[in-house]
Write a protein that binds this ligand. Structure first.
Ligand SMILES: [Zn+2]
Length: 232
């Protein structure tokens, strides 16, 4: 006698009413894939557009595209590129958000308030071209460890410069004497630290003076020129 059979029948009947019986095992290749995909957010080929969640409609780029016919691993729409793009979508979204934050920061630089709507639009336009710019920089014949600093700056990932949202420890200051606002939240402090290290700190100021010295006198060097490689 199994343990289940030892239980009072009313108990097992009550459990049956609460938990559905597991679905029968799929008997074909396509049925198995459809069962697996139905437990993900992947769009099945036969999903009518009106039944697709709103969020999924906004992120269809690179995902499995809707098309008639059964989905199978031999389907021309089920490519490695499509599947990889789909799996990488959260990382790409996070990267674009980090770039947007860096671009807004470069435009406003230490502004105590949230960027205005116009600033956001300007930053968004710059952020969209960053993808191409990053590829161009990465193709330069230069040691990657030097290019990586810029790549990390864009994504707020420079350790010691607020990277990963880590501000300086309490009661500490930059060697130049600067301290971030103690009243600000930690995330804002980390952004202030990035702005300081890459713009106002002693070393950054010396580099800015050298760049400014080699520009025409009428050109004012701005953070967006240095951080985002915009032409002055
Ligand atoms: Zn400093």
């Amino acid at each position: 006698m199994t343990l289940l059979e030892c239980l009072p029948q009313a108990w097992t009947a009550s459990l049956d009413s609460i938990f559905n019986q597991p679905p029968p095992a799929p008997t074909s290749h396509n049925a198995a894939i459809e069962l697996l995909l139905s437990h993900t957010k992947w769009l099945l080929p036969h999903t009518p557009p009106q039944q697709q969640p709103q969020q999924d409609q906004q992120h269809q780029h690179g995902a499995i595209q809707s098309s008639p016919g059964p989905l199978s691993l031999s389907s021309s729409t089920f490519t490695v590129r499509a599947a990889t793009n789909f799996l990488m979508q959260p990382s790409q979204t996070a990267r674009m958000e980090a770039w947007q934050q860096c671009t807004e920061s470069a435009i406003t630089l230490a502004a105590p308030t949230q960027p205005q709507e116009e600033t956001r639009h300007t930053a968004l336009a710059i952020t969209k071209v960053l993808r191409t710019r990053v590829r161009q920089v990465w193709r330069l014949s230069w040691e990657n460890n030097r290019k990586e600093v810029w790549w990390r700056l864009l994504q707020h990932g420079v350790v010691g410069a607020g990277g990963h949202g880590w501000p300086m420890k309490r009661e500490t200051a930059c060697p130049c004497g600067w301290q971030h606002s103690a009243a600000s939240p930690r995330a804002a402090q980390a952004l202030q630290l990035r702005e300081h290290v890459f713009w106002n700190c002693t070393g950054a100021s010396a580099i800015r003076r050298a760049i400014q010295h080699n520009l025409p006198g009428s050109v004012q060097l701005l953070p967006r020129h240095v951080w985002l490689l915009e032409q002055p």
